[in-house]
Design a protein around this ligand. Structure first.
Ligand code: A2P
Length: 282
């Protein structure tokens, strides 16, 4: 992120009405997010409790003794006393250390043996200490969720699971499982993400060019992006669209003044290709 872009974008987002901010230590812009939130509090635009900030525990910090110090580091960067939600970013652990993507001499990731249940217990302790109001996970499949849910002595269950979710990747089975267990699905890449070949599977066609989304949008005088976001929220999936463009930040918020019919919802659901843009090959 170019310096200052995130600061400005978060301030515009808050002025527009956004309250849920999805961040992470590995985005390297948490200092700007924190600054934007604090500036808006000082301005009197919002109170701290109006904001819902989600932070994430990175792969190199899974050993239980690292969990609380890692969250404390995030809080120090944000200059906030707590996060509203703290989640395990990915279910796989990397070797702890300064390298965010530790690799061996052959360029292979260096993984680390940790027990996800032990990591979860350390997450529970962060909630009990008041450093995180809620705790959850991300990129967990059903088997990994079950492992936590069935953990003997479970104190707090994950409140949410953040996964890729949009009209081309609708996650019907995971959504049903999570609904049954009262776990909110937070959908990342709700607009089909960017076309950055270094981490995006660009062989899947761009979501926002989809004829069905565009045709439905035309009917309501909305864009394909607005239809995609509306589709997700209407099926109970939380969306976290990313934009650094003021006009698109505002556009992505104008989704509460129309609704899709049952037939349109079905039509969009049928677009599911079961193909991810973010393959997470690690
Ligand atoms: P930009 O930051 O220039 O607006 P996702 O949220 O699925 O990860 O998608 C993010 C990508 O979609 C970014 O490249 C972002 O670019 C772009 N984007 C965000 N909002 C819109 C919109 N309303 N219409 C078209 N592209 C958008």
């Amino acid at each position: 992120t170019p310096k200052g872009t995130c600061l400005e974008s978060v301030k515009i987002a808050i002025d527009t009405g956004y309250r849920h901010i999805d961040g992470a230590f590995v985005y390297y812009n948490e200092h700007e997010v924190g600054q934007a939130i604090r500036e808006k509090i000082t301005e009197g635009k919002i109170k701290r409790e109006d904001i819902f900030y989600c932070g994430k525990l990175w792969n190199t910090c899974h050993p239980p003794e690292l969990v609380r110090p890692t969250l404390e580091k995030t809080l120090k960067i944000l200059q906030l006393d707590y996060v509203d939600l703290y989640i395990i970013e990915l279910p796989m652990a990397f070797k702890p250390g300064d390298a965010i993507y530790p690799k061996d001499e052959n360029g292979k990731f260096i993984y680390h043996e940790t027990d996800l249940c032990a990591t979860w217990e350390a997450m529970e302790a962060c909630k009990d200490a008041g450093l995180a109001k809620s705790i959850g996970v991300s990129n967990f499949n059903r088997r990994q969720l079950e492992m936590i849910l069935n953990k003997p002595g479970l104190k707090h269950k994950p409140v949410s699971n953040q996964v890729e979710c949009h009209p081309y990747f609708t996650q019907p089975k995971l959504l049903e499982f999570c609904r049954k267990h009262d776990i909110v699905i937070v959908g990342y890449s709700p607009l089909g993400t960017s076309r950055d070949e270094t981490w995006v599977n660009v062989s899947s066609p761009p979501l926002l060019k989809d004829p069905v989304l565009n045709a439905i949008g035309k009917k309501y005088n909305k864009t394909a992006a607005q239809v995609a976001l509306r589709f997700s929220i209407q099926r109970g999936v939380v969306v976290i669209p990313k934009s650094f463009n003021p006009q698109r930040i505002r556009e992505n918020f104008q989704i509460f003044d129309f609704s899709l019919t049952e037939e349109e919802m079905k039509e969009i659901e049928a677009l599911n290709k079961n193909v991810r843009y973010v393959e997470l090959l690690m």
